[in-house]
Structures are given as C-alpha cells and as structure tokens.
Design a protein around this ligand. Structure first.
Ligand SMILES: Nc1ncnc2c1ncn2[C@@H]1O[C@H](COP(=O)(O)OP(=O)(O)OP(=O)(O)O)[C@@H](O)[C@H]1O
Ligand SMILES: [Mg+2]
Length: 490
C-alpha cells in the first residue's frame, strides 16, 4: 500500500470522544477531541445522551478529516467506553432510553438481592465478573423493567439493547452487533465460550432477542456509512473496549505486560497466563478476539480516578489541570480522599463503601486536598497492581496511558507508591491508537511484527522514596479505606 494510506480511529470515552489519524509508518498525523456531557439526575445515577454520543463521533470525524483526503482512509477502528447501556427501537433506530453510564449505581440494590440469594458464584464463574452495578447486566434489568416490563417488545424483536460499540455500529451499518470484549463486560456472556449465557440471561431477565450478535474484535462489521466525509464503503475493521485497546497499543499481546489507563476511572490490565489463579479482587475479561478465539485478561477497575479531580474541580471552580498544579508542590499532611462515590471497585468490590475525606485539620487548605486526590489515584492503582502480582504476574514495570497519565506528578507518585518502574506512553490516548493498530493490521497495512517494531516513546519514572516511607504511606491509605467501609461488611 502507498505511503498515503491512513487509518482513522475513534475512542468514545466517558468525558470526550477523541480521534486519531495514523499514517502507514505508524505516526499519528492528526488528533481531535469533542467533549461529552454526563448528567446526574439522582444521587448515584449517571446518564449520557446517546444522540450526543453519536453526534460527538460524527463531529470528531468531520473535524479530524479537515485537510485530509477521505479516500486515503483505508480502515476505521473504534474503541469505546464499556458497560454503559441503552435501549433503542430496532425499526427507527431511535434511542428509547438514556445511556446509563458504567458509573451509575441505580442497580446496587438488585446486586445486593442477587448476592443474598446466592447467585454470586454462578455469575462470577460464567462472566468472570463480581456482582456489581458497574456491569451492564443489572442495568439491562432496570432498563427492561422501565421500558418493557413484560418483555413482549423485547421478545418480538422490536427493541435493541446495546453497549456504546453496539449503538455506534448500529447507526453506521443498521446491524445489531456487539464486539466480544465489550460483550464480556455486560456480565451476560460466558467468557469461556464467547457466547450469551442462557442461565445469566434468565437470572437477569434479559430475552436473547434484545441482544446483538457477538462478533470478534475484527468483525465482520458494516462499512462506515454516514460518517462524513468518509466514503460510505470505508471498512470498519476493529472494535475494542477502550481499556483493551490501550493494552493492545502497548503491545501487551502476551502475559507479563501490565498497563494502567488513567481516565475518568482507571483500568489495570494484563493478559492472563494459562492456569493462573486470579485474585478474587480482579475480574476475568475477554481482552480481544482477533480471529483466533478469545484472549482472556485479568483486570481491576477503579471507578474514580480523573473523576475525583473533576468532582473537586466542580466544587472549587478550578480546572483539573489547575488542581493538579496546586497538588504539585503540596504535601497531603495526613489528608486522605477515598473516592468511593459509588462504592469501591477493585480489589474491594464494596458497594457500601462511602466517599471519605479524612485527616482534616483547621490548617487544611485546597492544595492538601488536591494532593490527596492525586494520591488516591496512585494508591488505588497500586492496590490492583498488588492483586495482579499475587495472581502470578509479577509487575516490575507498569505501563501507563490515558488523560491523567499526562501529569508527571501523578506518574512519580505512582512510582513512589508502588515501588515499581512506571513508563508513561508519549501518546496519551492509547485507546484510539490500539484501535488504529488492529484496524490497520486487519487490512494488511501492518503485520504483527510491524506493530511490534513501532517506536513506542515512553518516559520512565523511578521510585524515589524508601521502603519504610512507602509502607508508612500505605498504612495511612489502608486506614482511610477501612474507615470508608461499613464495619459489618469488613
Ligand atoms: N493534569 C491532570 N492531572 C490529573 N488528571 C487530569 C489532568 N488533566 C486531566 N485529568 C483527568 O483526566 C481525565 C480525562 O482522561 P481521558 O480523556 O483519558 O478520560 P476518558 O477517556 O474520557 O474516560 P474513560 O477512558 O475513563 O472513559 C479527566 O477525568 C481529568 O480529570
Ligand atoms: Mg478513555
């Protein structure tokens, strides 16, 4: 193929939709971003607009293609936020519900009921995931109870339930599909077979007819019809979950490579060695299927990382970057934030944990609180990395990406908190880059060896505190986490 060939990748994230144009040499030749709003209609509820998400994708594609020849785009890849769920009308294609965000906690009560009825083990063994409202299954129950209580429209095939990848693909190609890695985050899939699980569908009250057809990460997908100014026959050749795409871009194609993505939330992930005993604090997930069957990954999800800074920024009227600058020179002086806004995710999976600000004195000022917010990100990531270590994947080097990884103070904090080398990717948005790599590979623009050889510019952060200091900080964090969790559940 000629030098002019380009791959377009779109990363639909919680806070924004981003796009990259990648040349055949693997260089990023353009990037663009469009913000996406969230609403919080009730405590614990987080929603987004499906129409706004679709518009943001169209908008970012139109923007990034300015000055580039649409016919040079030989493949399109998508990476998407995961677990968020909506319903749409199969005939008209119009959304029937809002997109219920992965951050939404409205189905926490249902998870509790299912756990008390003894279903947690079945759910975990089939789906790889703990019972938690972050995953799509209980959101599906909620949506169907609200919009199709007797499930008649679902059974008659009039409704489509789908994740963000499923929604976008349906708009471009009028087909109801879901990529297998995204499907594995719904908690309705048997991750060992890559198929919808009858028992889970029954347990969560989801008729099979309302779900899309599960396809590999390389499709087949429809072409990018309606994504102006792309030609209608431009192939979509890769779809990945955002966290999965970042692992792909790090070349994490074998067990042993572990990465942390620092976005609205964080995901720490690495492929699972055969026969590993995965710590109960972690999930098992399908990273991708590039045509040779599902690749399983172990993963820990942190619900609030960048979101903690966003929350502080709303409270204090300062941008996340300004807060990060305040945190740069401050010490936390015993202040801790445990950002259990929606309970705690990995490795605690405690729906009843409450958000906590502790260690306040009359001398506490915003810089200490901002510092504690950054530290909470590093502590939470280390809690998960330690669980990966315990699962038989020793982590001496942690690869980092995502919007918040652009903050060198956070990266140094991570190295100091973890006592491990941290290597941050020069390209922050590895989610779209991973989708570009897989999409380009699929059309023969690159081989796996070509991708392996791509220069991956990284900045390495070396731990700079003593083991004693690290342990003392860790004790302070562990005490704060204990305080955030109701005693009966400890
Ligand atoms: N200087 C900074 N220091 C720390 N965090 C920052 C900084 N600047 C931005 N952030 C955080 O980075 C996050 C945005 O990162 P990113 O764009 O990767 O998220 P996203 O893709 O929208 O979310 P997700 O991938 O979790 O769905 C925001 O939550 C923001 O608060
Ligand atoms: Mg992201």
């Amino acid at each position: 193929m000629s030098q002019d060939n380009l791959v377009l990748a779109v990363d639909q994230g919680s806070g924004s939709t981003k796009a990259l144009l990648v040349s055949s040499s693997g260089a990023v030749v353009a990037s663009a971003s469009v913000p996406v709003a969230s609403t919080y209609p009730r405590p614990g509820w987080v929603e987004q607009s499906p129409a706004e998400i679709l518009d943001s994708v169209r908008g970012v594609v139109a923007r990034i293609m300015q000055g580039h020849d649409p016919s040079a785009v030989v493949a399109v890849g998508f990476s998407t936020q995961r677990e968020s769920l909506l319903l749409w009308d199969r005939r008209t294609g119009h959304p029937i519900s809002p997109l219920i965000s992965w951050q939404d906690q409205r189905s926490a009560g249902q998870c509790q009921v299912l756990a008390e009825a003894g279903h947690a083990d079945l759910v975990r063994s089939r789906s790889g995931l703990p019972l938690d409202p972050m995953f799509s299954a209980t959101k599906a129950t909620w949506l169907l109870d609200a919009y199709d209580p007797d499930r008649s429209n679902s059974r008659a095939g009039r409704l489509c339930l789908g994740t963000v990848d499923s929604w976008l693909i349906s708009r471009f190609g009028a087909q109801h599909l879901i990529e297998v890695g995204n499907a594995s985050r719904t908690q309705l899939l048997d991750i060992h077979t890559g198929k919808w699980d009858e028992d889970l569908l029954t347990l969560f009250g989801v008729p099979a007819q309302v779900l899309g057809e599960v396809v590999a990460s390389t499709g087949p997908f429809p072409t990018a019809r309606g994504l102006d100014p792309l030609r209608a026959d431009t192939p979509i050749t890769a779809v990945l979950g955002d966290s999965h795409a970042a692992l792909f871009a790090h070349a994490g194609w074998n067990p042993g490579t572990v990465k942390a993505t620092y976005g609205t939330g964080s995901s720490v992930m690495g492929l699972c060695p055969p026969g590993a005993t995965v710590s109960p604090g972690l999930c098992l997930t399908i990273a991708w299927d590039t045509g040779a069957g599902p690749n399983l990954a172990m993963e820990g999800n942190i619900r609030s990382s960048g979101a903690t800074l966003n929350w502080l920024s709303r409270l204090f009227g300062q941008s996340p970057a300004a807060l990060a600058a305040l945190a740069d020179t401050a010490t936390s002086d015993g202040v801790h934030i445990v950002p259990a806004f929606n309970g705690l995710g990995a490795p605690y999976w405690d729906r009843d944990a409450v958000g906590l600000l502790s260690g306040l004195t009359l001398g506490t000022e915003l810089p200490q609180i901002a510092r504690a917010a950054l530290e909470s990100v590093a502590f939470q990531v280390e809690d998960v990395v330690a669980a990966i270590d315990r699962s038989g994947v020793p982590v001496s080097l942690l690869l980092a990406d995502g919007g918040a990884s652009g903050n060198p103070v956070l990266m140094q904090l991570q190295a100091d908190t973890s006592g491990r080398l941290v290597a941050r990717a020069a390209d922050a948005d590895l989610s779209s880059l991973g989708a570009a790599h897989l999409a380009g590979r699929q059309v023969g623009l690159w081989s796996t060896d070509d991708l392996q050889r791509l220069p991956r510019k990284r900045q390495t952060f070396v731990p700079s505190v003593s083991a004693d200091e690290r342990e003392s900080r860790q004790r302070g964090w562990s005490t704060a986490v204990l305080r955030s969790r109701p005693p009966v559940l400890r």
